[in-house]
Design a protein. Structure first.
Length: 64
């Protein structure tokens, strides 16, 4: 997995097990969940916790 040009490896993870990571400048983790693994593909989703969206909304309101 590569996040912000930093590459790290996660082995022996179960399906639907969240993998948490942090973006630079934040203290709240993002998460990625893999639902399906194929020969050359993976499927899943990235989740941004509500605390992040509230922080972003507050920042955008204070910027106006």
């Amino acid at each position: 997995m590569t996040v912000e040009d930093k590459q790290f490896e996660k082995k022996n993870r179960a399906m639907n097990e969240p993998i948490f990571f942090y973006l630079s400048g934040t203290h709240i983790p993002q998460e990625i969940v893999v639902n399906k693994v194929g020969k050359n593909t993976i499927s899943g989703y990235v989740s941004i916790p509500k605390a992040n969206s509230q922080t972003a909304a507050t920042a955008s309101k204070s910027g106006n």
